[in-house]
Design a protein around this ligand. Structure first.
Ligand code: NAD
Length: 499
């Protein structure tokens, strides 16, 4: 049995707490490794090392810091297959999807290579007689991030690349379900030239998270995961005076208007609803066809496509559409919610409950499900299922469809499929959701824009990556300076406007 480590001070360090979590192979249901769960003391050791290393890193000029990221991009490309394989083995997603996970992180690293430009401050010449005013963005110090299981490469990179480009040290507490890729990323950053102690990985669970929340030296916390934990981390971290940004769960609606290209809409729903077994925060989990005729046409197109989906382990080849879900508990939760949908009166048009994959009976595979005639009072509508389950809610009109998306407590992503520009524009303008797709089912913004939902999908103000990340990972300092000849004439006691 492989025993994983922490990555502290540039070395793989064995856990000393005596507590471990099982890292599963979701395809076989076997335990493949044990990951140590850090104590507050182990976290503290990483923080001390980070605090010692960070000032020298912040003093390295931004262009040289960016060069480390340039080299890191090369190394990610060199090791892409290795990273994707390790990711699939612990997460279960297909190899092309795992490579996509690395790639969408890599793109944020590329963006952060622009740090010298992004960190430039502002300057006002002659703000007053002989007075200049300038602001600069300075690193926070020691920062930390807590990441979810579903993007074990992308989300850590979304956090540590901008944090480190800005001159901070970063401590990553990855998901205990798939910690190997985060450890590999930390090694690659050092191979790229990052000084020891600037990026460390401390594995753990709530104990390590609480140690982060209450550690005096840690200045900021980034979190991505489920909404209840996001709410806890935001509340506790802010109460400790830290800068915190938390991104939570989702229930993304896709509105299908009667004039939509129905084949295009159905294809989009298949990818966005069932890709990665529905374990994406930007997955579409609710289809909202407008009008019964649209609904009937859509369902008719969806059913054969769903029945053709190939579910299997990542090792089974390129034609596998999606893999297992992450744990036995996740599978149980999904099937329990499916049962609740049936019990509460939704129509289960495609029933994947009996799905069994020969040779992988102990794996956490879940068949694809499609519900029709779901109503907003049902649990399958209210809760994030995070599995291959698509719910259809029939809306009588565009306004009714819009209201559904707006009234849901989550507001991460949404999409509209239509040929009518006016409807699309109205939707994009009025919907209270952070990321909107027009004939695009998963509207994940690229690295140079920012990523973030609204409502219960987010706690905090600034988004992830793009220019917001450089704001989140720096503090502004504004200097007012005067070099007059007459300063010796005496002090000023009145708070004066600049004339
Ligand atoms: P999770 O909330 O269970 O875990 C996320 C992190 O929090 C992990 O590192 C975990 O160790 C830690 N954690 C878990 N329980 C904790 C507790 N009680 N106290 C302190 N820390 C705790 O989420 P997950 O299952 O890993 O990920 C799936 C969730 O993440 C879904 O809800 C999904 O929508 C969400 N997600 C959101 C985004 C986004 O950008 N909005 C992106 C990806 C995933």
């Amino acid at each position: 049995m492989q025993e994983l480590t922490h990555y502290i001070g540039g070395e793989h360090v064995k856990g000393t707490s005596g507590r471990f979590a099982d890292v599963m192979n979701p395809a076989t249901g076997e335990v493949q490794a044990k990951v140590p769960l850090a104590s507050a003391d182990e976290l503290d050791r990483a923080v001390q090392i980070a605090a010692e290393a960070q000032p020298a890193w912040a003093a390295v000029n931004p262009q040289r810091r960016a060069r480390v990221l340039m080299k890191f991009v090369d190394l990610l490309n060199r090791d892409m297959d290795k990273l994707a394989e390790a990711l699939s083995r612990e997460h279960g997603k297909t190899l092309p999807d795992a490579a996509g996970d690395v790639q969408r992180g890599l793109e944020v690293v590329e963006y952060c290579i622009g740090a010298p430009q992004l960190l430039k401050g502002e300057y006002t010449d002659s703000a007053g007689p002989g007075i200049d005013m300038y602001s600069m963005r300075q690193a926070l110090g020691v920062t930390a991030g807590i990441t979810p299981f579903n993007f074990p490469a992308m989300i850590p990179m979304w956090m540590f690349a901008p944090a480190i480009a800005c001159g901070n040290a970063f401590i990553l507490k990855p998901s205990e379900r798939d910690p190997s890729v985060p450890l590999m990323l930390a090694e690659l950053m050092e191979e790229a030239g990052l000084p020891k102690g600037i990026l460390q990985v401390v594995n753990g669970d709530k104990e390590a998270v609480d140690a982060i929340l209450y550690h005096d030296v840690i200045q900021s916390i980034g979190f991505v995961g489920s909404t209840p934990i996001a709410e806890y981390i935001y509340g506790t971290g802010c109460a400790q005076g830290k800068r915190v940004q938390c991104f939570g769960g989702a229930k993304n609606h896709m509105i299908v208007m009667p004039d939509a290209d129905m084949d295009q809409a159905a294809d989009a729903l298949i990818g966005a609803g069932y890709g990665a077994a529905g374990e994406r925060c930007m997955a579409i989990s609710v289809a909202v066809p407008v009008g019964d005729e649209t609904a009937d046409r859509l369902i008719e197109k969806l059913v054969p496509r769903i029945e053709k989906l190939k579910v299997g382990p990542y090792t089974a080849g390129a034609d596998v559409d999606y893999g297992p879900v992450v744990t036995a508990a996740a599978k149980e939760n999904i099937l329990r919610l499916v049962q609740s949908g049936v019990d509460q009166g939704a129509e289960l048009v495609v029933d994947g409950r009996d799905f069994n994959l020969q040779g992988y009976e102990n794996g956490f595979f879940v068949g694809a499900h499609l519900f029709d005639k779901v109503t907003p009072d049902m649990d399958i509508y209210k809760k994030e299922i995070f599995g291959p389950v698509l719910s259809t809610v029939r809306a009588g009109s565009y306004e009714e469809a819009l209201k559904l998306a707006m009234d849901h407590e989550y507001g991460n992503g949404t999409a509209i499929f239509t040929r009518d520009g006016d409807t699309a524009r109205d939707f994009a303008s009025r919907v209270n959701v952070g990321m909107v797709g027009v004939n695009v089912p998963i509207p994940v913004p690229l690295a140079y824009h920012t990523f973030g939902g609204w409502k219960k999908s987010v706690f905090g103000d600034l988004n992830q990556h793009g220019p917001d990340a450089f704001k989140f990972y720096t503090r502004t300092k504004t200097v007012t300076s005067r070099w007059p000849s007459g300063l010796k004439e005496g002090g000023e006691f009145h708070f004066k406007p600049m004339d």
